[in-house]
Design a protein around this ligand. Structure first.
Ligand code: SAM
Length: 280
């Protein structure tokens, strides 16, 4: 487990992922009934963008910094994400940035619950401290892939499973498809959101064709490339695949990515695409 999210927090991929996650949570709030969010690869929850790791990469500068400095920050589609960013900044200072569990938590109502899984012992402890005393959140030091089996279904009928692994292991793409298929059988009411990196064409293709051939219905994808895919291993784009998206997801994601692209792209060479990979 070498991956440390602190090096990348607040980068362009985090902005897109967290803004789309926030839209999914907002949709669930249209009905009063409680929902559950399961975050299978939760990270440490809160990141210090003035810290050593963040300073070494400087990725925040081509991510969240560009967004908060622009008029796009006032757009109503970004309001829930903005709320989460501002909540953490108010409490912890202007260089703080919320990871996915804090984005979800900032938008939850008193009846909603979050289960956050993190396998790295130090990260799990930090996440635990972040939510100490919060009875709406359970932080669990556990393999998130196991949680997808053992902890589904929750008692709530609706909710979101966010799957955001580090993609550092061989076979991770195949594993995601298998696990999501099994999880969707256990909890059909869940919306499954999978983040994926876009570096090279082949791996992205393997993941998407795996989902296309999985037998699951109703799958949408939203992708933002800040530059065209090249031959090397650089992260050029960010993908978000959603099984059982709400009907609002595709139109909102299209508009959101079009708002963000001019801010996040490199030398005007970016692109976006939002589509139904598998129809209902
Ligand atoms: N979701 C977080 C966010 O958006 O703020 C970022 C998560 S980061 C990309 C991936 C995290 O998964 C790392 O903190 C890593 O320690 C953790 N991790 C790696 N393998 C895991 C596993 N099998 N189960 C749970 N967590 C794992």
């Amino acid at each position: 487990m070498n991956y440390r999210h602190a090096f990348h927090a607040g980068n362009f991929a985090d902005v897109v992922k967290h803004a789309l996650l926030a839209r999914l949570v907002e949709y669930l709030k249209l009905k009063p009934k409680a929902f559950r969010i399961l975050d299978t690869h939760a990270g440490i929850g809160r990141y210090d963008l003035a810290g050593d790791e963040s300073n070494r990469t400087g990725e925040r500068r081509s991510g969240i910094d560009r967004v908060v400095d622009s008029s796009v920050w006032d757009d109503p589609l970004l309001r829930p994400y903005r709320l989460a960013v501002e909540a953490v900044r108010e409490r912890h200072g202007a260089d703080s940035y919320p990871g996915s569990p804090l984005v979800a938590r900032a938008l939850m109502r008193p009846q909603d619950r979050l289960s956050a899984y993190e396998l790295h012992p130090t990260d799990a402890e930090m996440l635990h401290d972040e939510f100490a005393g919060d009875h709406q959140v359970r932080v669990i030091h556990l393999d998130g892939w196991l949680a997808l089996g053992a902890h589904l279904p929750p008692k709530e009928k609706r909710g979101i499973v966010l799957i955001d692994p580090p993609f550092e292991e061989v076979g991770e793409h195949e594993r995601i498809v298998e696990r999501v298929v099994a999880a969707a059988k256990r909890w059909p009411g869940g919306t499954y959101a999978v983040w994926y990196p876009i570096k090279q064409r082949e791996r992205r293709h393997a993941l998407l064709s795996g989902f296309r051939d999985s037998g699951l219905r109703n799958i949408a994808t939203a992708e933002l490339l800040r530059e065209p895919v090249g031959a090397d291993e650089r992260l050029v784009g960010t993908g978000f695949l959603v099984v059982n998206p709400p009907w609002t997801f595709v139109p909102e994601a299209e508009r959101l990515l079009n708002l963000l692209r001019p801010l996040l792209e490199t030398d005007r060479s970016g692109s976006t695409s939002v589509e139904m990979l598998v129809p209902e």
